[in-house]
Design a protein around this ligand. Sequence first.
Ligand code: ADP
Length: 362
Amino acid sequence: MNYRKILHAFNNWFVFFLLAAFVVTCCTMLFVSTLSETLDIVFTEENIASAAKLTFGNVLLISLIFTIIDTVRRKLTVDRPTKCIISAGEKITGGDFSVRIEHLRDSYAYESFNSIIDCFNKMAQELGSVETLRTDFIANVSHELKTPLAIMQNYGTMLQSPDLSDKKRIEYAKGITENSRRLASLITNILKLNKLENQRIFPVSERFDLSEQLCCSLLQFEEIWEQKSIDIETDIEDSVYINSDSELLELVWNNLLSNAFKFTEKGGAVSVALTADEDFATVKIADTGCGISPETGAHIFEKFYQGDTSHAMQGNGLGLALVKRVVDIMNGEIAVESEVGIGSTFIVKLKRGDSDGLEKAD
Ligand code: ADP
């Protein structure tokens, strides 16, 4: 790289040296030849002055020719690529993010321009993908908002009919309540995700008992596991203290457990395990649900992705996107092991924080 730069600098100097030498030689030769024509007649002051004037005129002419040559050179080597970049920039300002600028042919002489072009193309590509994400996000949000609203509208219309039995009235009212709850949860999740993605949530580091937090999160699902006769297995190490943001982590356990119970059929099993060493705490949440195929597994952490549409009404495809974002913010790791028809295990590995926060089980 340095060798190339030195060669390039030498090349520039050499070209300018040749040009300058050429101009000086031309001027000198013109002066000498004008003088030598008059020399054999009379070598007077007047003759020298007229030779100098003529040479001055010639120098002006030569410099004019070189100015024209230099202007053409600048038009081709500087103005043309600059215009290209400006016109591409204007297209981007107008919203066309597909625009790309081609590399200039002589990559050696145009090294700086090609670097600017590389940066520009990268910027256009980034802006394009942000725009796609934004439009996808708006389309997804609108769709997710429309569905519960339409259902609520229907129930509301049906509730207006005068000859409605008490059973039907309660059923429709329940429908409205359920869908308004879904709507509220969707909006809460969107807001949380938005805050997390814009880094407006700064995780606080506090020392707390992860074992206790996991047990509390699990207990919140008691009604569901009793309703579905789901077997619960726990292998939670006692008093595993970590330094982390407990509120954000609660979001992780609630989403993973909610999915485990949602995707596990009646009579299945859900297990929660927590192990820890000096540096890390590892939580495993496993279920005997429908499992996740490799194709679905590749997308589960994407926003609004729902692999299993039979449970679509019970979620909005944002749960795992939130989980992933929180784990990333905490510099943790999340992995999934799953087999279709057998079940899934979500493994979350978190740093326990500095040694002051460690408190081992008795
Ligand atoms: P949702 O709230 O709609 O379930 P998530 O982001 O939580 O959205 O999950 C995305 C998708 O990941 C689900 O639609 C489902 O296909 C898959 N998934 C997540 N957890 C499980 C699980 N425990 N068992 C089977 N599939 C799961």
